[in-house]
Write a protein that binds this ligand. Structure first.
Ligand SMILES: [Zn+2]
Ligand SMILES: [Zn+2]
Length: 191
């Protein structure tokens, strides 16, 4: 054990002081990395998934304190963004859409009563479903929050841990509109 530590120290010093040795080491290291690229990547991924928080905190700290690194990052990011602008915007759009879809599902599963469907007509197509303010003051409420409608409102609900006030129900767009205009949905009037 001690021999190993001594040996490693000797190697480190040699690496630092002997340029020929250093070059040889680098070549050897590069070829090792090339040969084991897949395994090394996998290892990296595993370590990252375990130590994610620590690694990211360290990176953030370094980014904050190291101006050179910051400049380099900005330059690289700018380069990358400039060259791949269209692709990035497209990807971002797709990601956003996917995220909003999942968010809506999450919100609706919190506010539904067992099954995600219109509480008036049983419509289940999620794209038709909306969150209805029971006392028809949704627009006013959202304006007071300044969160916008749709995804903005969903993000507000998630952030605030799914508040129960004001009362929200799931209605399809038709039932929601009918209720807003006539205060009672025609479905209910017939009954
Ligand atoms: Zn309905
Ligand atoms: Zn209805």
């Amino acid at each position: 054990m001690i021999d190993r530590i001594k040996e490693n120290r000797r190697r480190r010093i040699k690496y630092r002081d002997d340029p020929v040795y250093r070059e040889r080491c680098k070549k050897c290291r590069d070829s090792y990395r090339k040969r084991n690229r897949r395994n090394l990547l996998m290892k990296k991924r595993v370590v990252y998934s375990i130590k994610k928080n620590i690694i990211n905190a360290k990176r953030r700290l370094r980014y904050k304190e190291d101006e050179k690194l910051r400049m380099l990052c900005a330059e690289r990011a700018g380069d990358y963004y400039g060259k791949n602008k269209e692709k990035i915007i497209r990807q971002r759009g797709a990601y956003q859409q996917e995220y909003n879809k999942k968010l809506k599902l999450k919100i609706f599963s919190h506010y539904c009563k067992g099954v995600i469907k219109c509480e008036c007509c049983d419509e289940t197509e999620i794209d038709f479903l909306t969150l209805d303010h029971d006392n028809n003051d949704g627009a006013k409420h959202r304006r007071s929050l300044g969160c916008g409608s749709g995804s903005g409102f969903y993000r507000y609900l998630k952030k605030n841990n799914y508040p129960q006030k004001p009362r929200l129900s799931i209605l399809c767009f038709n039932c929601n509109m009918a209720k807003a205009h006539h205060s009672v949905c025609p479905h209910k009037r017939k009954k």
